[in-house]
Design a protein around this ligand. Structure first.
Ligand code: GDP
Length: 399
C-alpha cells in the first residue's frame, strides 16, 4: 500500500535536494508512455491525497475531471520511499513529437533523467532513437523500461531463455545509441547495466515490473513469469502485488537518475550558454538555495481563478512570494505573488521553494514558456537559457 503523506512532509523533502529527482518519460508512439505514466500516478501520485479530501488550491472541478487532468498535466509529483528514505520525483510531461524542437528541448532542460520505454516486441524504433539523441545532447541521463513482456509470452510464445535473449538484444541496441550520441565523458559511464538495476522490464498495462536486482531479491524466475500468463488473471494480479511496476521504476529512478545538484554540475555548462566566468555560475553549478534566483519557465497555464501560472525549474536560489524578479526575455520586473508545487491540476501552496525543484509561480503575467527569471541584481547581465522572440500584446490579442 502506498502511504500518502501530509503536505508538510512533502515540503520538508522538497528542501533536501538529495531527495529530489526530475524526470520525463519518452517512447516511440504506442510503446506505452501514457500507460506507464498513469500507473505511476495512481500508485505514487501525491494527487490521491488531495482526492481524499485535503485543502485544494483549485476546487472548481469534480473529482473525475481532476483524475483525467492529472494524466494530461505538465508536471506531477510522485512520492516514493527507497531504503526507508522518502523521495519526491517530479514527472514532467515531454512532448509527444520531437518535431517541436524548442518545446522538446525546453522540457529536457528541466529534467535530469528520462525513462525510455521500448515495446519488447517492436524493439528500438525511429522515435526511440530521436528522443534518445536529443536527450543525450542535453545531458539527460537515460534509464530503460522494456514494456509489454506479456506480448512476448502470449503472442510470440517465447520460452524463458528466448525472452532473456530478446531483452539482452534491446539493451544492446539502446547502449549502441548511448555510445553514439552521448558526450564523450558519458559514453561509457551511462551505458545501461541490467545487473545494476538500470533496466526494468514488465507490463505497464498489467502493472508489474522487475529489474535484475529485484528478481534476485524476490527469488522470481523468468519461467515463473511465463507461468503467470498461462495461469491467467488471478496469477497476474498476484504478480502485480509481488512485483509492483512503480516500485521497479521508481527504485531505478532514485538510484540511477542524479539529484538536481549532481546533474547541474555537468549540465549547466552544456545547457546554459552564458559566460562561464560570470559570478552566477557558481550558484547554478551548486544549485545553491542561498544564491540568486534563476528559474527556467517551461510551462504556462491559465487558471480561470488565479490567472497565469508559470511553472519551471529553479536552478539557483529560492522562490518566495512578495519578491520582485526580472524576466530576461520580456525585459520587465514582476512581483511573485504566490508559490506552489504543481501536482497535476492542483497547486500546493508553499512559503518558499528551493533550487532543484519544479515550482509554480503566480504573478509573472508577462512570462512566456521558455522565459528565464532572475533576481533583480542580475537584470542587466543574465544570459537567458533560451532567447525568445517576444510578441507585443496587441499581436497576441486575437478576438
Ligand atoms: P504511448 O503512445 O506510448 O503513450 O502508448 P500507450 O500507453 O497509449 O499504449 C499504446 C497501446 O499499448 C495501448 O493500447 C495500451 O493499452 C497498450 N499497452 C500498454 N502497455 C502494454 C503492455 O504492457 N502490454 C500490452 N499487451 N499492451 C500494452
Amino acid at each position: 500500500m502506498v502511504k500518502f503523506k501530509q503536505t508538510s512532509e512533502v515540503l520538508k523533502i522538497m528542501g533536501n535536494i538529495e531527495q529530489i529527482r526530475n524526470i520525463g518519460i519518452t517512447a516511440h508512439v504506442d510503446h506505452g508512455k501514457t500507460t506507464l505514466s498513469d500507473s505511476l500516478l495512481s500508485a505514487a501520485g501525491l494527487i490521491s491525497e488531495k482526492i481524499a479530501g485535503q485543502a485544494l488550491a483549485l476546487d472548481y472541478l469534480d473529482v473525475e475531471q481532476k483524475r483525467q487532468m492529472t494524466v494530461k498535466a505538465a508536471n506531477a509529483s510522485l512520492y516514493h520511499e527507497y531504503k526507508g528514505k522518502p523521495y519526491l520525483i517530479n514527472l514532467i510531461d515531454t512532448p509527444g513529437h520531437v518535431d517541436f524542437q524548442s518545446k522538446t528541448i525546453r522540457a529536457l532542460r528541466v529534467i535530469d533523467g528520462a525513462i525510455v520505454v521500448v515495446d519488447a516486441v517492436e524493439g528500438v524504433m525511429t522515435q526511440t532513437e530521436m528522443y534518445l539523441r536529443v536527450a543525450l545532447e542535453e545531458r539527460v541521463r537515460p534509464v530503460l523500461f522494456i514494456n509489454k513482456i506479456d506480448r512476448l509470452i502470449k503472442e510470440l510464445r517465447l520460452s524463458p531463455t528466448e525472452i532473456q535473449q530478446r531483452l539482452v538484444q534491446i539493451v544492446r541496441d539502446v547502449n549502441t545509441l548511448i555510445a553514439t550520441y552521448a558526450d564523450k565523458e558519458f559514453q561509457k559511464a551511462w551505458l545501461l547495466d541490467p545487473m545494476k538495476g538500470q533496466v526494468a522490464f514488465g507490463s505497464a498495462r498489467d502493472r508489474w515490473g522487475l529489474t535484475i536486482p529485484l528478481v534476485q531479491q524476490k527469488g522470481i524466475k523468468f519461467s515463473d513469469i511465463v507461468d503467470v500468463y498461462t495461469r491467467g488473471k488471478e496469477a497476474v494480479a498476484e504478480l502485480q502485488k509481488t512485483a509492483p511496476l512503480h516500485e521497479a521504476i521508481l527504485d531505478m529512478v532514485v538510484k540511477h537518475v542524479p539529484n538536481p545538484r549532481e546533474a547541474q554540475r555537468y549540465r549547466i555548462p552544456k545547457i546554459w550558454h552564458g559566460d562561464l566566468n560570470h559570478e552566477i555560475v557558481k550558484y547554478l553549478i551548486e544549485a545553491d538555495p542561498n544564491g540568486p534566483l534563476v528559474m527556467l519557465i517551461n510551462d504556462i497555464r491559465v487558471d480561470p481563478h488565479a490567472g497565469l501560472v508559470a511553472t519551471g525549474r529553479i536552478y539557483s536560489g529560492t522562490l518566495r512570494p512578495g519578491e520582485e524578479v526580472w524576466l530576461v526575455n520580456a525585459r520587465v520586473p514582476q512581483r511573485v505573488l504566490q508559490v506552489s508545487l504543481y501536482m497535476g491540476p492542483y497547486r500546493e501552496l508553499a512559503d518558499e521553494i528551493t533550487a532543484g525543484n519544479i515550482a509554480a509561480a503566480l504573478g509573472l503575467e508577462k512570462a512566456r514558456s521558455g522565459e528565464t527569471v532572475v533576481s533583480m541584481k542580475y537584470k542587466d547581465t543574465m544570459t537567458p537559457f533560451e532567447k525568445l522572440k517576444m510578441i507585443t500584446e496587441s499581436v497576441v490579442t486575437v478576438a
